[in-house]
Design a protein around this ligand. Structure first.
Ligand code: PAF
Length: 290
């Protein structure tokens, strides 16, 4: 039976709707977003559609994951445009709360995934992942999903959410969807909208660095220092780009790796102008047999 499309605005209203759908035997998928939807988000919605009876899109620009000097005020907001795009992917419900509904006065409880939140983006964005984990936990409580779909572009975020779900027994399947890229390799991101044409051209250096490292791995290179140097080279050669970090890490624990023997991901954050872009690539998906 089709569900009439509806926008829910409070956690209580959303949860009542989700409880009803669960009682009715429906399998619920949620796709949490902060809006500014692009093809990458639509790929998440299509994945959710293929796996569930009910697809819930959440749009919430979560203030607790922005640092004091970050772009909360100028984060792009276009609910009508986002919903029009999302409805082409067949969503059933949208949960679009205001900040006051999500964080009542006096809210002081946070979820922290202690170790995974520390390195990489966590090092330059203190508090960011506590904000992410907390809001995702709240979105899960409101939407009561059987599964949730996230992009692999936010690699550390996905690892943190998987760990939170495991550690706190949420009983929700977490599905990761591969990065969607433009023809020139640049990963789709809501932040690409901030780039001037020159900066957009310069942004190619992130995926070029990852590609250089992946090619070296295919030719047998295992040394992390060599791989990192190869990945950094095109970025360092681009005057508009400045590296925040480029690192090779264990795919699950996010601990540093010296040699490519365990499953490994190369992840990076790079400022292009004032816009901080992230990208990653799994360089070794199976451990080396001994
Ligand atoms: O990836 C995002 O858009 C956000 O971090 C998320 C998961 C929706 C939490 O606000």
């Amino acid at each position: 039976m089709n569900i009439p499309f509806e926008i829910l605005r409070t956690p209580a209203a959303m949860r009542a709707r989700a409880e009803y759908l669960r009682r009715d035997g429906r399998r619920i998928a949620v796709v949490p977003t902060m809006g500014a939807l692009h093809e990458g988000h639509l790929a998440l919605l299509r994945e959710a559609r293929a796996r569930a009876d009910v697809v819930i899109l959440t749009i919430f620009v979560n203030p607790t994951q922005f640092g004091p000097n970050e772009d909360l005020a100028k984060y792009p907001r276009d609910e009508d445009g986002d919903l029009a795009k999302a409805r082409t992917c067949g969503i059933d419900l949208a949960f679009c709360p205001e900040a006051a509904a999500m964080y009542p006065a006096g809210a002081q409880t946070f979820v922290e995934v202690r170790e995974l939140q520390k390195p990489m983006c966590g090092a330059s964005r203190p508090g960011h992942f506590a904000g992410v984990a907390t809001v995702v936990a709240k979105l899960f409580h409101a939407t009561l999903p059987h599964l949730a779909v996230f992009g692999e572009k936010d690699y550390q975020q996905l690892a943190i959410i998987r760990r939170m779900v495991r550690d706190l027994d949420f009983g929700i399947e977490i599905v990761g969807v591969p990065i969607v890229r433009e023809a020139d390799g640049v990963a789709l991101s809501s932040r690409n909208a901030y780039l001037s044409p020159e900066q957009r051209a310069a942004a190619r250096v992130l995926s070029a660095g990852l590609e250089a490292a992946a090619r070296a791995v295919a030719s047998g290179e295992c040394d992390a220092a060599q791989l990192l140097a190869l990945a950094r080279a095109p970025i360092e050669a681009e005057p508009l780009a400045r590296i925040d970090y480029v690192e090779l890490r264990d795919v699950d624990e996010l601990t540093p790796i010296d040699r490519l023997e365990r499953r490994a991901v190369m992840a990076m954050a790079v400022f292009v102008g004032t816009t901080r872009l992230i990208d990653n690539r799994v360089l070794l998906s199976q451990p080396v047999a001994r």
